[in-house]
Design a protein around this ligand. Structure first.
Ligand code: ATR
Length: 287
């Protein structure tokens, strides 16, 4: 693509941003669509976030992604916030609206779409969710808001799982999240579940770490979905497979959070064929 006087800019704000794969997603899509658009990383130093967002609006950037450590801190800088993102309290995508930016959480919508394309249901399902940190808390909201029947929220520190459960249950006005300590595998019903791994335990380079290694746990998992994509196969995924389950990593979540952001910015629908092309490009960075 040739940059000219009409080129629109999108980008990523965070700190650090050097290792991001988002330019692969957006610049590939721009090429596929023939859009006159570039996507670039913008490192934002501590204390400069509000200036960065204001500057981005003044420069009429089309959209931004937001990464660590600014996903919550960015909210007061926004003109509008989508309801799922507001409930979660985390925004990873800004789309230009008159006056500023509207914030969305395409991480969670991306996880949902990644699960849909793999035929993994949330509605009416009973699900195990590992961890009660920021990512798991967001997944708990997603499951509750997308109609899961029950979510067993398993965490090393029970009190933290209880706090997340209370908050989400109050927000959706039904008892959907049930907190369980990691030691409480036996209190899970005697059947197999979808299990979502929402902690950073097992992330490279700590590839041998896993939140739970109790075989009795894995005997209750028919499908494991790890939010981590580096390494390609986490120890959690290996244990799921060894016990007869299917396992997925988080790369399609990364893919679809980007695709949904691209759709919001450009008012288009990305086909599964284009999604596949981008996915293959992302995969080159891992295999
Ligand atoms: P965030 O999503 O907020 O970035 P994280 O640091 O990726 O959070 O993950 C935090 C989660 O991983 C917590 O649920 C934490 O359990 P505690 O609440 O008990 O601290 C969980 N976690 C971290 N290290 C763990 C370990 N070694 N074993 C089990 N769970 C662990």
């Amino acid at each position: 693509m040739e940059i000219d006087g009409r080129t629109r800019t999108c980008g990523l704000i965070g700190n650090p941003v050097e290792h991001t794969l988002s330019p692969v997603i957006h610049n590939t899509l721009a090429e596929r669509f023939g859009h006159n658009l570039v996507y670039v990383p913008f490192p934002v130093e501590t204390g400069r976030l509000a200036d960065a967002v204001k500057g981005a609006a003044a420069l009429r950037l089309l959209g931004l992604n937001v990464t660590v450590p600014y996903k919550s801190e960015v909210i007061p800088c926004l003109w509008e916030v989508d309801s799922l993102a507001a409930a979660i309290g985390a925004v990873n995508t800004l789309a230009a609206v008159p006056g500023g930016f509207k914030g969305y959480n395409t991480d969670m919508e991306g996880l949902y779409r990644a699960m849909m394309v793999e035929n993994i249901q949330i509605a009416d399902e009973e699900i195990i969710l590992l961890g009660a940190g920021g990512a798991s808390r967001a997944v708990a909201y997603l499951c509750a808001m997308r109609g899961a029947k029950r979510v067993y929220l398993m965490n090393r520190t029970l009190e933290k799982a209880q706090k997340v459960a209370e908050e989400v249950n109050r927000s959706v006005e039904r008892e959907v999240i049930f907190p369980i300590a990691l030691s409480g595998v036996d209190s899970l019903p005697d059947r197999r579940f979808l299990a979502i791994q929402g902690t950073s335990v097992g992330l490279a380079p700590h590839v041998e770490d896993v939140v739970i290694d109790d075989e009795r746990f894995y005997a209750k998992v028919h499908t494991g979905f790890d939010l981590i994509y580096s390494p390609w196969e986490t120890r959690f995924m290996k244990l799921v497979k060894e016990n007869g389950g299917r396992a997925y990593n988080g790369l399609k979540m990364l893919l679809y959070q980007g695709i949904i952001a691209y759709e919001l910015w450009n008012g288009v629908k990305v086909s599964e064929e284009d999604a596949g092309v981008v996915y293959e490009k992302l995969k080159e960075h891992f295999i």
